[in-house]
Design a protein around this ligand. Structure first.
Ligand code: ZN
Length: 155
């Protein structure tokens, strides 16, 4: 079955394709989409992909992702492709670029870390490795693995 039979084209919005299978929910979490925003969201999981074996796809109507959101998706779905759709056509392709620092999104696993004890302090992680993803807390040097990042994002 072709993917087009599962999810119809959208008029305006964003299509995130080639998400590693099983990570579509994590992508929605990163974007803060809970389903009660009113715009239509299509989520397809574990569909066949010639390149990847299996993949997930997310389509969001009436929303264009900003650069920050694109960077965060790069954290957990570096293979993803992001197309901005306007009037049924691909108007823009956004490139996934993992930032060197991730601020304010993830929590340091070290309970003694200043970012867990000072309400003024925002978490800040340095990207040590992209594949597999490894981050290091900029304050206490505790490392975060990809599994831990996913677990935090899926909470
Ligand atoms: Zn820390």
């Amino acid at each position: 079955m072709k993917n087009g039979l599962i999810v119809s084209k959208i008029k305006n919005g964003t299509v995130i394709d080639h998400i590693p299978a099983g990570r579509a929910l994590a992508v929605l979490n990163i974007l803060g989409i809970k389903g009660n925003e009113g715009n239509r969201v299509a989520l397809v999981m574990n569909v066949e992909s010639s390149k990847m074996g299996k993949k997930d796809i997310v389509k969001i109507e009436e929303r264009e992702l900003n650069q920050r959101e694109v960077e965060l998706i790069a954290l957990i779905a570096p293979s993803a492709t992001i197309n901005i759709i306007r009037n049924y056509e691909v108007a823009e392709k956004r490139k996934l670029n993992l930032p060197e620092k991730i601020e304010g999104i993830l929590k340091c696993p070290n309970p003694a870390c200043i970012t867990n004890n000072d309400v003024e302090a925002r978490s800040r992680f340095i990207v040590i490795s992209k594949l597999p993803l490894v981050l290091k807390c900029d304050y206490c040097e505790t490392t975060l693995t990809e599994d831990e990042v996913l677990r935090q994002i899926l909470l």
